[in-house]
Design a protein around this ligand. Structure first.
Ligand code: SAM
Length: 216
């Protein structure tokens, strides 16, 4: 996939046990270096289960989409996943269908295109696809795409918050994966500066979890 390989730590091994009800609730999932770490995914799943976040949007789909859809299906939630790669979107859709989750999760095809608000000229998801996302009430926004590797892509995820903050529910949570990378660190600094959010950078989970400053 082009990502730098990372190794699971103790937090991931613990999270793997925590996630068992989800990993065992359906068919085989091809975890890879491009997948969220188990620790990061368990932190997100906790927010869905405990804080009752039911309207979920994910940018960059994969194993995480299927696992979160399994959880949302158990709890009465819905997830929309935005995906730029048609072949990968097809795999995610087939996996969801195999697990009977076609009504719980929707994968939206969104080719990458030039974006006026990009940092460093990186492309972002096509505007037309985003029209199919909920127009308001998003309780959890998980940002794990576009890919952060490749020429000019290090800060490719920046447009997520400027583009979607107006659709977030009061008290919504924003999660950025790969938060330990330099490019994602710059994105977090820019979101805090430009968007009025504050982020908790969690090294062991490789994510940052943020909320509007005014939400406390
Ligand atoms: C960081 S990945 C998203 C991973 C996803 N959120 C997860 O945790 O499984 C960003 C993009 O890489 C691509 N991708 C993810 N997993 C892949 C795989 N195993 N093989 C090929 N492409 C993959 C998809 O286009 C995805 O949108």
């Amino acid at each position: 996939m082009g990502e730098q390989p990372h190794h699971w730590g103790w937090a991931d091994l613990h999270a793997w046990q925590v996630l068992r009800p989800l990993t065992e609730a359906g068919g085989y999932l091809p975890w890879s270096e491009g997948s969220m770490s188990p620790a990061g995914l368990a932190a997100v799943a906790n927010e869905v289960a405990y804080a009752e976040r039911r309207t979920i949007v994910e940018l960059g789909s994969g194993v995480s989409t299927v696992l979160l859809a399994r959880l949302a299906g158990q709890l009465g939630g819905r997830i929309w996943a935005v995906e730029h790669h048609p072949g990968w979107a097809g795999w995610v859709r087939r996996s969801l269908a195999r697990d009977g989750l076609g009504d719980v999760a929707t994968v939206l095809d969104a080719p990458l295109e030039p974006h006026p608000g990009a940092l460093g000229g990186a492309p972002w998801y096509a505007a037309a696809a985003l029209e199919e996302l909920p127009s308001d009430g998003i309780e959890l926004l998980l940002v794990d795409g576009p890919p952060g590797y490749g020429d000019g892509m290090a800060r490719s995820r920046y447009p997520a918050l400027p583009a979607l903050s107006g659709r977030l529910a009061d008290g919504a949570l924003v999660v950025l994966d790969d938060a330990q990378r330099e490019g994602e660190g710059q994105i977090l600094d820019a979101w805090e500066r430009d968007e009025g959010f504050t982020f908790d950078r969690r090294a062991a989970e490789r994510i940052a979890i943020g909320r509007r400053v005014e939400d406390g």
